[in-house]
Design a protein around this ligand. Structure first.
Ligand code: ADP
Length: 304
């Protein structure tokens, strides 16, 4: 029996334009290509998990605008239920303006998170029954933090396992982090939270030790192409990433987290779930885009 997952998090429409160089302050540059894609860490992770076969509820918030409509169309196309996709009356759908330099591949990103940073108390009450009925709650830092804290508290009180992907990096109190059963930061986020700068496996072990000391039993630090440092109080080790030719690593962390919780929901242990997350992410980085690059279960099974 698969455990039930609820993902509470962001949706952001990625508006990407490419040009020969990035605009300087005050400059207007003619671009080449333009694309709108479904993004947002929460939504991407839920899509990854759904495509990987998880029983997952997506709880997010959109504005009353064309970007919200596009998100809803995308969820319909993906066969993802929108029962807990809420609508904000004031703020617009989250958007990210992404300018990409075609030559250097560097980018410049302005995010206006909009509706997904406007979860109200009433919204949380709407989501409460779904959270209480779940086995695993998956969350990130791309929402308003007061709402996130309440959602995590509801889960803890109901005995739901909390998986916190503390991204993007921000400093929060130790008390806040300790509401999680598992944390899945990347190197930058692990450093922002623990104060240990993470460059290699030995550093990751030190950062993981800090999380354990705070009382978090399971720690997973993602380290890009090198893989993942996974740690429990009994066992700590590097789990190598798959050796692949990456073409776009945007959203690699989202792919990993979606795969990781899917495997946990199937009863796999921490290290097996990390292997599954690595496999899923290795397929996602071989394609362009974030949500649309997430692989289907059949593709993941071929490489397991
Ligand atoms: P984030 O996108 O949050 O910065 P990471 O860069 O740590 O996250 O990547 C998350 C996971 O994606 C890694 O732990 C690894 O499994 C996979 N991954 C990332 N980059 C590569 C790569 N170049 N080759 C293979 N796997 C990768």
């Amino acid at each position: 029996m698969k455990k039930k997952i609820v993902m509470f998090g962001s949706y952001v429409a990625d508006l990407t334009g490419t040009a020969e160089h990035l605009p300087r302050a005050g400059e207007t540059v003619f671009g080449e290509l333009f694309k709108i894609g479904p993004g947002g860490k929460g939504s991407n992770q839920a899509v990854a998990a759904h495509r990987a076969g998880a029983d997952i509820i997506l709880a997010t918030k959109l504005g009353k605008d064309v970007f919200g409509d596009l998100a809803r169309d995308f969820y319909t196309q993906e066969d993802i239920a929108a029962d807990y996709v809420l609508t904000d009356d004031e703020k617009g759908t989250g958007i990210a303006l992404i300018c990409v330099d075609q030559v250097s591949k560097q980018n410049q990103i302005l995010v206006v998170p909009g509706a997904c940073t406007n979860f109200t108390d009433a919204d949380i009450e709407t989501l409460r029954p779904a959270i209480e009925a779940a086995d695993i709650l998956l969350v990130q830092f791309e929402v308003n933090m007061d709402a996130l804290e309440r959602v995590m508290d509801i889960a803890r009180t109901a005995g739901v396992m909390v998986v916190l992907n503390p991204a993007p990096a921000r400093k929060v109190s130790r008390e806040f982090i300790c509401k999680a059963d598992i944390v899945t930061p990347n190197e930058v986020e692990a450093a922002a939270l623990t104060g240990v700068s993470v460059g290699d496996a030995a550093d990751a072990e030190k950062a993981a030790a800090v999380f354990h000391e705070w009382g978090i039993p399971q720690v997973v630090i993602t380290m890009g192409r090198r893989g993942v440092f996974a740690s429990t109080p009994d066992e700590s080790r590097m789990v190598r990433a798959r050796a692949v030719e990456a073409v776009d690593t945007t959203g690699a962390g989202d792919a990993f987290n979606g795969g990781f919780v899917t495997a946990l929901s199937e009863g796999k242990d921490l290290f097996e779930a990390v292997e599954f997350g690595n496999a899923l992410a290795s397929l996602a980085v071989q394609k362009f885009g974030t949500a649309p690059s997430m692989p289907m279960r059949s593709e993941i099974e071929k490489i397991l």
